[in-house]
Design a protein. Structure first.
Length: 337
């Protein structure tokens, strides 16, 4: 089969690789649409260069069941998406369907390819009346994390929400907040993504943090208090600290952007004396996906979040543009390779 490989150093290519072999307990899937995620960029840009072999990646997809194996729930031809958090299946978190909290968590990937084999608990049945591109958006991080965040927030029509970062997660958050009727202010350094957030995701005001005093503009719009809700989607340590600083007393900061680096806060200054609520949104569950599908059937349309739709063979230059902040969400069609 054809698959996308990363080699580190900002290099990628589509090559022939062996077809996946379905193991017991797995479902063999034909990948119809895969979606590019910002979390892939660390390996793409900074992974140890390996120009002979490379590695497969990708964890957002929609497709069809080819071989359901021993499953009593799936059959050949079923549409599906995947949630790639492979928990132990026995702990309280796994039994509740929140595999992402499992202490023995493993991650599945490798869906930028024509076929993929996944543990059955990572495969989620999808409706037949939704096209594959839309399923990849609804069943991927862009909308899944956004929904996981939004369901924890006290949202209301007309409420101002500050969104920090307009990468794929930020675009998903902005689009969902627009659906809920919120007033949205976005801060994003990329000119392309500022424009995209306003034109395609529904942001009311977009600010360039390199040129504008974001905090002053937010206070100006909120009676000199700051936003009640901030959703930080960039994962940038400076932006995460600013989220705590910019949000009003008694407000809520939702952290969605991944950051494995430390930054310094003063608890009494940044949280305690402000009585801030700080939350996180980590991935999504099968139950979340089913709830997102209901929103879609009720009118949620996130199709405009995808700036690029292409055959997998055309992926390398698009991935480079993505890494430079010059795309929205990117969808690949492996069967067109």
């Amino acid at each position: 089969m054809r698959a996308l490989l990363y080699f580190g150093g900002g290099e990628s290519a589509v090559r022939d690789v062996p077809d996946p072999v379905r193991k017991p307990g797995q479902i063999l899937l034909k990948v119809m649409t895969s979606a590019l995620c910002g979390s892939e960029m660390k390996g793409y840009l900074y992974g140890e260069a390996n120009f002979d072999k490379g590695w497969m990646t990708g964890h957002e997809m929609s497709g069809e069941v080819v071989d359901p194996g021993e499953s009593k729930y799936f059959k050949a031809g079923d549409r599906a998406v995947v949630q790639i958090m492979n928990g132990c299946g026995e702990c309280p978190y796994c039994k509740a369907g929140t595999y992402q909290f499992c202490e023995k968590l493993e991650y599945e990937n490798g869906v930028h390819a024509q076929y993929a084999s996944m543990p059955e608990k990572c495969v989620v049945k999808a409706p037949n009346d939704i096209d594959f591109d839309m399923l990849a958006l609804l069943g991927g991080d862009t909308v899944g994390v956004a929904y996981r965040a939004a369901k924890q927030l006290n949202l209301a029509p007309g409420k101002l929400v500050f969104v920090s970062g307009a990468g794929p997660i930020g675009l998903g958050v902005t689009s969902l907040l627009k659906y809920y009727g919120c007033e949205i202010v976005v801060s994003e350094p990329s000119e392309y993504r500022r424009h995209y957030a306003q034109q395609h995701a529904g942001a009311g005001l977009v600010l360039d943090p390199a040129r504008e005093d974001v905090r002053a503009r937010l206070r100006e719009m909120t009676g000199n208090t700051g936003p009640e809700i901030t959703v930080e989607c960039s994962g940038n340590p400076t932006a995460q600290l600013q989220a705590l600083e910019y949000t009003r007393c008694g407000g809520t900061v939702m952290l969605c952007g991944e950051n494995y680096n430390r930054f310094e806060i003063v608890p009494s200054v940044h949280i305690i004396h402000k009585e801030l609520t700080v939350k996180g949104a980590f991935y999504f569950t099968a139950a979340d996906f089913n709830e997102i599908v209901k929103l879609y059937h009720a009118g949620l349309d996130v199709s405009a979040l995808a700036s690029h739709r292409a055959a997998l063979s055309d992926a390398p230059p698009i991935i480079r543009a993505f890494s430079q902040g010059r795309t929205g969400k990117v969808l690949f069609h492996p069967q067109e390779s």
